[in-house]
Design a protein. Sequence first.
Lengths: 170, 252
Amino acid sequence: MPFLDEVEAAIPALRRYAHALLRDRSAADDLVQDCLERALSRRILWRRQGDVKPWLFRILLNLCRDEHRRRAARPVLVPIDSVSEAGGSGGQEEFMNLREVHRAMGQLPEDQRAALLLVSLEGMSLGEAAQVLGIPDGTLASRLARARAALRRTTCRAPDRPDDVRGHRP
Amino acid sequence: MTERKPIDDDLLVRLHHGTAAERAELEALAARDPDIRARLTDWQRQDAAIRALYGPVAEEPVPHRQLRLFDRPARRWPRVSRIAATIGLIALGAAGGWFAARLAQPPARGADLVAEALQTHATYSVEVAHPVEVPATDEAHMIRWLSKRLGHRIAPPDLRGFGFQLIGGRVVPSATGAAAVMMYEDDIGRRVTLFVTRESGQAETEFRYSGNGAARGFWWIEDGLGCAVVGDLPVDTLRAISVSAYHDLIDA
């Protein structure tokens, strides 16, 4: 598939991921816009023969980190979309309360949320996600384990056994 | 670690997102251990909830402003195959690249950035005794120093794959403040200068090419940093080095 078509085809996934990560509609759209602009202006730098998609996710996450660095000097409150706006298809409640999960996702540190969404929402393998995040597989595995355990705790499904919740890792 | 009891979440995560064989191993483990089974079931529920919450955004129509991005480049770059496009880029070569840069009229600061980088390269790359102030043998100190003066973490890209070794760095003045300079050398003494400045508030530019005489450089402004890679090298080599340096710098 030609480069431009591949980028265009990735837009829905980029939007889905950005919305879930930032939890703010307009911020997510801006992020995707920046990501696409950067990808198109940098296409000469796209050197891999494989998928364009992981590269796009890397650009998006890089932009996101930069934005955080900029904002660190000037903290602002980020509005949180209502759950109904973020998704809201019914029928899943038998598994988990969606509102609860949305809130729990919001309480995760952003690096954990970014990692978990790559595998659970975008369906990437551990190796693919680690490459997108630029971290070793082992680091990602611990990060995911922490995110999973935290979600489990805040959605009140954690058992009492203390060894289920792993201690802090470096 | 695999022998550890009870089995920890890290390992389960690795198996869960691993190869088919690893997933089969996990299923076998889960069949024997109700606790593992409970955790897995819970993760599957988490994933289902996450997809239900956030998946529908991908079904929405893509905003027009995002689609519009694809109009202009599509006209400029006919949708030929990627291979043909690549050949075309290579064929642009020195003269074409130079022309393209000329025609594209770089923004004022971009032109200054290149001029500063070319000047720095011309001044220091010919130095035999003092091309750099801090040698690569003291790389950690160099990184701290350059990062501090620039107010941004700077780590020297690894260009050994192109046969270029870091020889060290220095700070030089630039119109926007202190500039970090890192110099590399190959086994026949050719030198490449990497020139990095802070460009707060400057508009981002595309990856561009500029040259004057023998020295030529690729440069860009992004994320408040201006970078130029200058050397007296064939354009294709310099381009490859610049692309590699770009990736190392944004990953730093």
